[in-house]
Unconditional design. Structure first.
Length: 289
């Protein structure tokens, strides 16, 4: 009797857990659609901007802009922007990101560079605080709905420091959104800016007003902000995809556990009924004898 009562209690508990994970799966699916739309919407603009820069840039112009100049030799100080989410329950998503960021920091230090860590997301902040890693800056307010203004706030100060010679490089570690099931952690060199090269021949007959220098002065910071915004948007979409996958797996596992518990309950009830019948038959035999 006690065993069947315990099994019923466990079944009710797992059913409530399954309701929660199923609801979280549905919420993540809804948020994933919106986040994926932001990623898809940002890609054409980023590609068009890269094509324009690829047509404008040439070696003579590249020497005139600090954002395009690579430091000679081993970089002295490199800023690493580590992205993560503010919430958990998304499988190994955050663990993969912080592992990649930590590996990149250690790699830079092994090469003789000084790594300056900038962390975005509560999970990465908690991890680096736990291991005692100093953090130059941290943010928890961006969440899963990044905007171009957020990207400007992230890259703007670092861009100014790089142009002033205080930094020799800026990199970002983010989750590249391939699909809801594939969100690999990715490293992207933001500065020095690698001039995008257009495939094939350059488009002739540009009429430049104002000059190419003036256009590049406005387009290069815009291109950097676009790169950072894409990293933020893809990380947000990857978070929702990972959470949906994790919650679906949890829901399926809860269903399998409920089936197993119900089979155990049925066997326990059958054994109990069999025992009661045997006791009744035994009692009747004793009275009849």
């Amino acid at each position: 009797m006690a065993k069947t009562r315990e099994l019923r209690r466990r079944i009710r508990s797992v059913e409530k857990t399954r309701q929660i994970t199923k609801t979280m799966e549905m919420v993540a699916t809804s948020r994933l659609k919106r986040a994926q739309d932001r990623v898809v919407g940002a890609r054409p603009f980023a590609q068009a901007l890269a094509d324009v820069l690829g047509d404008l840039l040439d070696p003579d112009l590249e020497e005139r802009f600090p954002l395009l100049r690579a430091p000679a030799g081993t970089p002295g100080r490199v800023a690493v922007i580590a992205l993560s989410s503010n919430r958990g329950l998304c499988g190994a998503f955050n663990a993969n990101l912080v592992r990649e960021a930590r590996a990149r920091v250690e790699e830079l230090e092994a090469q003789g560079s000084q790594a300056e860590l900038h962390v975005i997301g509560r999970k990465a902040i908690g991890f680096f605080r736990f291991i005692g890693r100093p953090v130059a800056s941290q943010r928890q307010d961006i969440g899963d709905r990044p905007t171009p203004e957020h990207a400007e706030q992230v890259i703007g100060p670092l861009m100014a420091r790089y142009a002033a010679g205080e930094l020799d490089g800026v990199e970002i570690v983010f989750a590249r959104f391939v699909s809801a099931l594939s969100t690999p952690p990715t490293r992207l060199q933001v500065l020095p800016l690698r001039a995008p090269r257009r495939a094939g021949k350059r488009v002739p007959y540009y009429i430049l007003r104002p000059s190419a220098e003036a256009l590049l002065e406005a387009l290069l910071p815009l291109y950097l902000r676009t790169q950072v915004y894409r990293a933020l948007a893809e990380t947000a979409a990857s978070e929702q995809g990972s959470r949906r996958t994790a919650m679906k797996n949890a829901t399926d596992s809860a269903g399998e556990m409920i089936d197993t518990l119900r089979r155990s309950l049925n066997r326990a009830r059958q054994a109990q009924i069999t025992q009661e019948i045997a006791e009744i038959v035994g009692g009747a035999a004793v009275q009849g004898g």
